[in-house]
Ligand binder design. Structure first.
Ligand SMILES: *Cc1c(COP(=O)(O)O)cnc(C)c1O
Length: 392
């Protein structure tokens, strides 16, 4: 073994010893409520394809049409010669969907976070993030060089203390950006967006909201939690992914024309990266159109029904807002992996989520429901969960 591989093997052994080793599982089918792994069909409660669009005929047809007309590859970055009409159609569709002046698409949500935050902030600025924000935002905050302040999860008092500090103790002009998710990816809870908007306005800060797990699901037009809570037009930077409820892949930023023009000039993950392939953007456009249609509305209704069935069995407290992310906290990493293995043996696929995705000692099974599940699927999940010791 080379010294290089020896070094890596020792580090992998340490990861294994902590119960944190991960490996890829090969899926031999399309995404859906049932996936095939190692020759077995498993009932799938792991994906973020909340509306079941990833394998929807309308998205597939749009992707095929785009390949036939525009080819398989994009050829170059958008600013060189890769800005194909499917990209422009996607951005027009996105801006109309979100009700913003303009939109910019990225190859992933991760790239959108990295490019945007790095473009907007530098070392004299301050970025204030919720303790549980996604890795893409954490990485972007580090990359941009701004002073990073973390507020306790959804803690408005803590956020206000930091905003006060930033407004009072820092030489101006300084930019202060607050970043939060709207629906948190591993806990499925909601940011108090109305109160956060009021606070950032009180202290003259800007707000970026990552709607990765809310786009396509909340609000009268399914724009996201910002719409549901009536504050989307007061959020400077609306971010999201096209790879979850929208059913395709890619990331987006929606906001003012000035923001989008600035990002075209300064977002490095946009400038220095080949444009997304036509199939991906065309599928995303079709996904957004579907979300806005009566079928989209019907699909969200189905999703809420599945969630209600699951939650009633859990005896969780009644609340008006619910999400499709249902974490069953186990704590110990190895126990969580064992629970997931036991479920897999019963034909149920639910991932064990561990550090570094969540804090150490808070490992969990992360159940996600989709509109493509049936009531019987949820009943089967509950039956299997009852065989584990969750007090169900
Ligand atoms: C998935 C996710 C992203 C990244 O989006 P991709 O398109 O998958 O790169 C960003 N933020 C949150 C909260 C996410 O869950």
């Amino acid at each position: 073994m080379t010294a290089f591989d020896q070094d890596l093997s020792a580090r992998l052994a340490a990861i294994r010893a902590e119960g944190l080793h991960r490996e890829l599982r090969r899926v031999d089918s399309a995404q859906g409520p049932r996936i095939e792994i190692a020759g077995r069909a498993l009932l799938n409660f792991s994906s973020n394809d909340y509306l079941g669009l990833a394998n929807h005929p309308a998205l597939k047809a749009a992707a095929i049409r785009a390949v036939e007309k525009f080819g398989a590859g994009a050829g170059a970055s958008r600013l060189i010669c890769g800005s194909l009409s499917p990209h422009h159609e996607l951005e027009e569709t996105l801006a109309a969907f979100k009700g913003t002046e303009a939109a910019l698409s990225f190859s992933t949500g991760y790239a959108a976070a990295l490019g945007t935050i790095k473009a907007l902030l530098g070392k004299d600025d301050v970025i204030i993030v919720d303790k549980l924000v996604h890795a893409s935002i954490v990485d972007a905050a580090k990359l941009c060089g701004a002073r990073i302040r973390i507020f306790a999860h959804n803690d408005l008092n803590d956020l206000e203390e930091i905003l006060k500090w930033a407004a009072g103790n820092i030489q101006h002009p300084t930019r202060v950006l607050v970043v939060t998710e709207s629906v948190f990816s591993m806990d499925g809870d909601f940011a108090p967006l109305r109160e956060i908007v009021a606070l950032k306005e009180k202290y003259g800060a800007w707000l970026m909201v990552d709607e990765a797990h809310a786009t396509g699901l909340y609000g009268a037009n399914r724009r996201g939690l910002g719409e549901e809570l009536g504050v989307s037009d007061r959020i400077e930077i609306q971010m999201g992914t096209l790879g979850k409820a929208i059913g395709a892949s890619g990331g987006y930023i929606c906001g003012s024309q000035a923001l989008i023009d600035f990002l075209v000039n300064r977002a490095r993950s946009f400038i220095f990266s080949t444009a997304p392939v036509p199939a991906a953007v065309a599928a995303a456009t079709a996904g957004i159109q579907l979300v806005q249609s009566s079928e989209g509305k019907q699909l969200t209704k189905q999703l809420w029904s599945r969630i209600a069935e699951f939650r009633s069995a859990l005896r969780t407290p009644h609340s008006a807002l619910v999400s499709a992310i249902l974490p069953l906290i186990i704590g110990d990493e190895t126990k969580a992996v064992t629970a997931a293995t036991n479920l897999r043996e019963r034909g149920i696929f639910v991932p064990a989520i561990r550090y570094p995705t969540v804090a150490r000692g808070t490992a969990r099974l992360r159940v996600t429901l989709t509109a493509a599940h049936s009531a019987e699927d949820v009943a089967e999940l509950l039956t299997s969960l009852r065989t584990l010791d969750f007090g169900l």
